[in-house]
Design a protein around this ligand. Structure first.
Ligand code: SF4
Length: 357
């Protein structure tokens, strides 16, 4: 792949936090995470879904812990998975203690529903003994009851984080990660920009309740993409009303589009127009489907004609520029041969396999 220009802001420096074997912050690559949609008490289906997430590159997984049984299930789930698991806790601090007891690698607490100092202190003590970090996960929809409603939502979110950090630091606990999510993208961006200047801890970025893939990916891309472009963010989750696999795929596409991570193939395909003499939409979809099997980074181009075709195809690791019933196959910028339309996908994928094996 040719070198790309990178004019992005430098990454904000943050304290590294260790979640199991994954380091978040401290200049490490931005970590991709997701959350299961299964009933955590159903160990079999939750383990299966986490394995599916691992297969598409998920690096941290969060599970809902609505009761003690779900917390205890973490112990068994952990035996069947290889990525660190984070327990998502609301309302009842005892579920956090049970999840720690079961071996969770991280906790997410919502200061909107667990903020009493005595309860936070008990959790912090148990987490510290196990070296387990806590994410202070503020959500615009569930701000603490004590929030000052005269302030803007952004100020209320930032204050909620700062108060919880103050409490944890007073307990000599600094294994902290922070998120401040809202559905509204400008609100989320402002909240992260504000908190990024005020604290040294790593930030988990996301747009909450972003919606179905059609709109949720766009909303998340604008929010997460803007922030990581500004150098803010150490781990990301794209929240989608869909199988969590889609969240991981979208998260990597955001990071790949900003040259922040390499993960699997990049497909360059022209939109097609009246000049195309082959069905580019069908061809690109077929290539995209085949590329799902490829895990190594490679840039593949599928172009419809001679206008931009040869240029883009040459720029890719492997690419085709189509004409009527034929295409020129380019490899690392060199024209290697002409292929027939019936062989487009097969010939391209044969080269991809050769280059990635
Ligand atoms: S590469 Fe050719 S076919 Fe594709 S959009 Fe551009 S002009 Fe149209």
């Amino acid at each position: 792949m040719k070198k790309v220009n990178n004019h992005m802001n430098p990454r904000r420096s943050s304290k590294p936090v260790q979640i199991g074997r994954v380091t978040v912050g401290g200049g490490m690559p931005i970590v991709v995470q997701s959350m299961t949609k299964t009933d955590t008490r159903n160990v079999k289906s939750t383990t299966y879904q986490i394995k599916e997430l691992e297969d598409c590159g998920c690096e941290l997984v969060r599970v809902a812990v609505p009761d003690t049984e779900a917390a205890q299930a973490i112990r068994v789930i952990k035996r069947g998975i290889s990525i660190p698991i984070i327990a998502d806790i609301h309302f009842n601090y005892r579920f956090a203690l049970a999840a720690l007891e079961a071996g969770c690698d991280g906790l997410r607490l919502n200061p909107g529903n667990i903020s009493e100092p005595q309860k936070v202190a008990v959790i912090a003590q148990a987490a510290k003994e196990r070296n387990v970090p806590i994410r202070i996960g503020v959500n615009a929809g569930s701000l603490p009851k004590t929030a000052n409603h005269q302030l803007t939502i952004v100020q209320q979110m930032v204050n909620a984080v700062l108060q919880q950090i103050k409490l944890l630091e007073s307990l000599d606990f600094d294994l902290i990660k922070v998120s401040l999510k809202a559905f509204d993208v400008p609100t989320t961006i402002q909240a992260y920009q504000d908190i990024a200047q005020k604290i040294p801890y790593p930030l988990h970025i996301g747009i909450t309740e972003a919606g179905t893939p059609r709109t949720g990916i766009i909303r998340s891309t604008v929010g997460i993409g803007t922030l990581v472009y500004l150098g803010i963010g150490d781990t990301i989750r794209v929240s989608l009303t869909a199988h969590p696999r889609e969240e991981v795929i979208a998260a990597y596409e955001i990071l790949k589009s900003l040259n922040l991570r390499q993960h699997g193939p990049i497909l360059v395909s022209c939109p097609s127009c009246g000049r195309a003499e082959v069905d580019i939409v069908k061809l690109a979809e077929a290539v995209e489907k085949e590329l799902l099997k490829v895990t190594k980074p490679i840039k593949v181009a599928v172009m419809g004609c001679v206008v931009n075709g040869p240029g883009e195809a040459r720029d890719a690791d492997i690419g085709i520029a189509c004409g009527k019933g034929k295409a020129v196959l380019f490899k690392k910028g060199e024209k290697i041969r002409v292929i027939e339309e019936k062989d487009f996908v097969k010939a391209l994928m044969r080269e991809v396999e050769e280059m990635t094996n």
